[in-house]
Ligand binder design. Structure first.
Ligand code: FMN
Length: 135
């Protein structure tokens, strides 16, 4: 299996998850400014909620993807209040004809006084286990 990991972060939480997942998969966790140039079976895409939606940078990045290069997208991320961004990411992926894997990884993410220290050690462990099942 071939993998790539890309992430968008404002405060560092998604980067922590991305690095743990990428390390488990033997690839680098890269920001969205790095295009996916080699074909991959799974693109792990880290993103979170900001003001009830995903950032425009995430939306724009998904529109640059081609189904010749990306087999499936795997969604992962954290949020303070809402559940995952799955539906938002799926809607964008559908526009470029790429399937979003039915499995995803989501945990709480620190935001102001909420969820201090999250993702924490246990979240990171769970993210690594999540990634392991794809190998
Ligand atoms: C500007 C801003 C807006 C946010 N809006 C929401 C929101 O609408 N719903 C929610 O559940 N979390 C919200 N959050 C919390 C983030 O989703 C959460 O802190 C996440 O872990 C941030 O990931 P990051 O550190 O990779 O940017 C917001 C955070 C920031 C910084």
């Amino acid at each position: 299996m071939k993998f790539a990991v890309r992430f968008y972060t404002k405060t560092g939480n998604t980067k922590k998850l991305a690095e743990a997942i990428a390390n488990e998969l033997g690839v680098q966790a890269l920001p969205l400014s790095e295009p996916v140039t080699e074909p991959v079976d799974y693109l792990f895409l880290g993103n979170s909620f900001y003001a009830f939606t995903i950032d425009a940078e995430v939306r724009n990045f998904i529109q640059t993807l081609s189904k010749d290069k990306v087999g499936k997208i795997v969604n992962f991320g954290s949020a303070a209040l809402l559940n995952s961004t799955y539906k938002k990411v799926k809607a964008e992926a559908q526009k470029v004809g790429i399937e979003l894997d039915e499995k995803e990884f989501h945990c709480k993410g620190e935001f102001k006084a909420l969820h201090k220290g999250r993702p924490n050690e246990n979240d990171i462990k769970a993210a690594i286990e999540f990634a392991r099942q794809y190998k």
